[in-house]
Design a protein. Structure first.
Length: 167
């Protein structure tokens, strides 16, 4: 009868000298963040802070193109040479309430009025007096006055002419 017996294991090889050893392969991160993940996290955080600051500025100061949508005064920064979008038409000395007056680029098809003057006079704005705008108008102008009085009592007049007047 014959038996098969496994050969005894070979003795372990002696360790190689340090100069011949291969460097260990870099190991994958275990549980910690990678450098890319950290940088990406910082970028997302900075972006979030910038968005929050922008939204705060728009809501509190009415700055930028979204100001009107969020309740800001869309003509607060208007000056002579700027343009305003379409407003409700009025005839003669009539008046209509306007909540959505907006500055628009003068080259835009939405530009309906040219600002020919601005008068910072809260009393004239409260009294809806167009007298302060008269020096800004020319004979034959299709002239309009936009009155604004803020919650703080400050006010101004915008002296407007239809863009069709060529101004």
């Amino acid at each position: 009868m014959s038996e098969q017996v496994a050969a005894p294991p070979a003795p372990p090889a002696p360790p190689a000298p340090e100069s011949e050893q291969q460097p260990a392969a870099p190991s994958a991160p275990t549980g910690g963040r990678s450098r890319i993940g950290t940088v990406l996290g910082v970028v997302v955080l900075v972006f979030g802070v910038l968005v929050a600051l922008t939204v705060t500025a728009v809501l509190t100061r009415g700055v930028g193109p979204l100001a009107g949508l969020l309740g800001g005064d869309g003509t607060a920064d208007a000056k002579a040479g700027d343009c305003v979008g379409e407003l409700p038409r009025v005839a003669g000395t009539g008046a209509k309430s306007v909540e959505d007056g907006r500055l628009v680029p003068c080259t835009s098809a939405r530009a309906a009025y040219a600002v020919v003057g601005r008068v910072d006079d809260a009393a004239a704005a409260r009294n809806q007096s167009a007298v302060a705008c008269e020096p800004h108008f020319r004979p034959g102008d299709d002239a309009y006055v936009l009155y604004r009085v803020g919650d703080d009592g400050e006010g101004y007049l915008l002296c407007l002419v239809r863009k069709a007047n060529g101004r």
